[in-house]
Write a protein that binds this ligand. Structure first.
Ligand code: SF4
Length: 332
């Protein structure tokens, strides 16, 4: 190893500490790598230093650790460490709305096709359409909903329907509705998840209704470079999301208690609600501002939709996750 070279941690690898452990967010490979406290401190200390300096400080044994991180492409050697500035943490949003949930049940009175068109105008990218088991929709009415999405800007549509509608979702349907990324059948005989030939995830669950209570599992933690930067300033689960329950109430998330009006009121529209400061208030409450979460190593990849409450000048999440179980992870 050339001792005159300098060592740098790749600028897309973020070291994050929490009271439940230490991780590297590898933003390009979208990998979360668990590390020990010692490794975290060493990486912080040696970033930008010459190999000569590092060996004089830590001794020859440090070479093995450096070799490991060079092989894993967490670090690299350079003659000019200052040539690699930090990645900009600025985030820009092209659209007013990014995701929406529409719930349709036996009590639904609102015009969901009109709402889909309005969401499209707001630039909504992700739509979850949840049709409850007690809904009296016909197959034709369900197909009409998808017709409204054909020329839309939606990038992905997740569908939840009673299993009696399984016949609608033929290969022809998926060929025509390429934005549909998953279909969950309620009241199925067996619990099963598979991918069909169109790469659509097909979930079969035995429950007759969706349970909106969050399950905190490691596989729900995910990130991209953009979501990581967004998570530093925003609540990545609630930011630019709008949800309408089967009764027409508009909420930040479908199971939150607080609502912001009902679509049966002629004065209420989703655009008006989405643009109101009251509705947007929780968008800016990043995990760094929430008690418990602010010291969690997953705070930049956690898409918890939990409601937030403010008490004694502090923000708290309503649903507790117990910070997952760090003992089940491997550490370097
Ligand atoms: S809810 Fe908060 S404490 Fe729990 S995993 Fe997410 S960021 Fe961590």
């Amino acid at each position: 190893m050339d001792k005159s070279k300098f060592l740098r941690v790749f600028t897309d690898c973020y070291l994050v500490e929490g009271d439940n452990g230490y991780v590297i967010y590898d933003l390009t490979r979208r990998k979360l790598i668990s590390i020990s406290k010692i490794t975290y401190n060493v990486l912080k200390e040696i970033d930008g230093k010459s190999i000569d300096f590092i060996i004089s400080k830590f001794g020859d044994d440090i070479i093995k650790i450096i070799d490991y991180f060079l092989t894993e492409e967490i670090c690299f050697l350079t003659d000019n460490p200052a040539n690699f500035p930090k990645i900009s943490e600025d985030v820009y949003f092209e659209n007013e709305c990014y995701s929406a949930i529409l719930e349709i049940g036996s009590s639904t009175q609102y015009d969901y096709v009109k709402i889909i068109n309005e969401l499209n105008q707001l630039g909504c990218q992700m739509l979850m359409l949840s049709i409850k088991s007690d809904s009296d929709l016909t197959s034709e009415e369900i197909l009409n909903i998808f017709n409204a999405t054909t020329d839309s800007f939606f990038k992905c549509i997740d569908v939840v329907v009673p299993s009696c509608f399984e016949n609608i979702f033929s290969m022809d349907f998926f060929n025509q509705n390429v934005r549909v990324t998953s279909v969950t059948y309620l009241g199925s005989e067996q619990l099963k998840t598979e991918e069909n030939k169109n790469f659509v995830q097909i979930n079969r669950i035995k429950d007759e209704e969706l349970n909106w209570t969050e399950k905190f599992v490691r596989s729900n933690l995910t990130f991209t470079l953009k979501s990581f930067m967004e998570s530093k300033k925003y609540n990545i689960a609630l930011n630019r999301k709008i949800c309408i329950d089967e009764f027409g109430f508009i909420r930040n998330y479908i199971n939150h208690e607080q609502h912001f009006g009902n679509l049966s009121d002629t004065d209420v529209s989703i655009s008006k609600v989405l643009r109101s400061p009251e509705f947007q208030k929780k968008w800016g409450i990043s995990n760094d501002l929430v008690e418990n979460c602010k010291s969690c190593k997953f705070r930049y990849c956690c898409f918890s939709n939990s409601d937030l409450h403010y008490s004694n000048d502090k923000w708290y999440k309503v649903n507790s996750c117990h910070k997952l179980d760090p003992t089940k992870e491997n550490e370097n």
